[in-house]
Design a protein around this ligand. Structure first.
Ligand code: ITT
Ligand code: NA
Length: 205
């Protein structure tokens, strides 16, 4: 059998493949099922979007599916970009476009302030996972967060999305400067996956 993740995000695919390797089953994404229609993410919350992705893809394939809806919530921007993180700079925006938009919003807010401080705002990544079984109609869900700062000095080549701008003071590094394993140990996605695994273990007791 296989593990199907309802995502077209290559960064997520890499992290799930790494995290779930111990299960010894291949991890498949929507790149392996091009016939699956794209899901319209019109939910107001990460949870709604994760459930929607898992349900539509699971019902279409007739198989259990895992979906991840995640994003960056920046305090100085009152939680933006939040559920709009993937398309902050517009529909089909690249990571580079989104990162440039985020920095320009935050740097605009401190125009006139006399500071060279690279840390622009506190922020957190949020990940909501929904595992859906079309045979029973049941969902198993979990979520996780990681707290950090948005830095005006991008660093690192790893990860994806906003990782080069997400600075962790305790490590003196951005998430993009960590290995996949190191990111997994502290990330919103890693935390959500551990919580999901715990729930599945409890259900099987
Ligand atoms: P799928 O819906 O196909 O899974 P997506 O990229 O559209 O892919 P989301 O709607 O969940 O997924 O949007 C998540 C966005 O939030 C993602 O594109 C990044 O910009 C950002 N993001 C989420 N997790 C991240 C992480 O671990 N590191 C950096 N950015 C992240
Ligand atoms: Na989304």
């Amino acid at each position: 059998s296989v593990i199907i993740v309802a995502t077209r995000n290559q960064g997520k695919v890499r992290e799930f493949a790494h995290a779930l390797a111990f299960l010894g089953k291949p991890v498949k994404s929507m790149y392996d099922y091009p016939e699956v229609p794209e899901v319209v993410e019109d939910g107001k919350t990460f949870a709604e979007n994760a459930r929607k992705k898992a349900k539509e893809v699971g019902d279409f394939l007739g198989q259990t599916v895992l979906a991840d809806d995640s994003g960056l919530c920046v305090d100085k921007l009152e939680g933006a970009p939040g559920v709009y993180s993937a398309r902050y700079a517009g529909e089909g925006a690249s990571d580079e476009d989104n990162n440039a938009k985020l920095l320009s919003e935050l740097e605009h807010m401190r125009l006139g302030e006399d500071t060279e401080q690279p840390l622009l705002s506190t922020a957190r990544f949020v990940c909501h996972l929904a595992l859906y079984n079309p045979a029973t109609g049941e969902f198993t869900e979990a979520s996780g967060t990681v707290e950090g700062w948005i830095t005006s000095e991008p660093a690192g080549e790893g990860g994806f999305g906003y990782d080069p701008l997400f600075y962790l003071p305790e490590y003196e590094k951005t998430l993009a400067e960590l290995t996949v394993s190191e990111k997994q140990a502290i990330s919103h996605r890693g935390a959500a996956l551990r919580q999901l695994a715990q729930q599945m273990e409890d259900m099987n007791k």
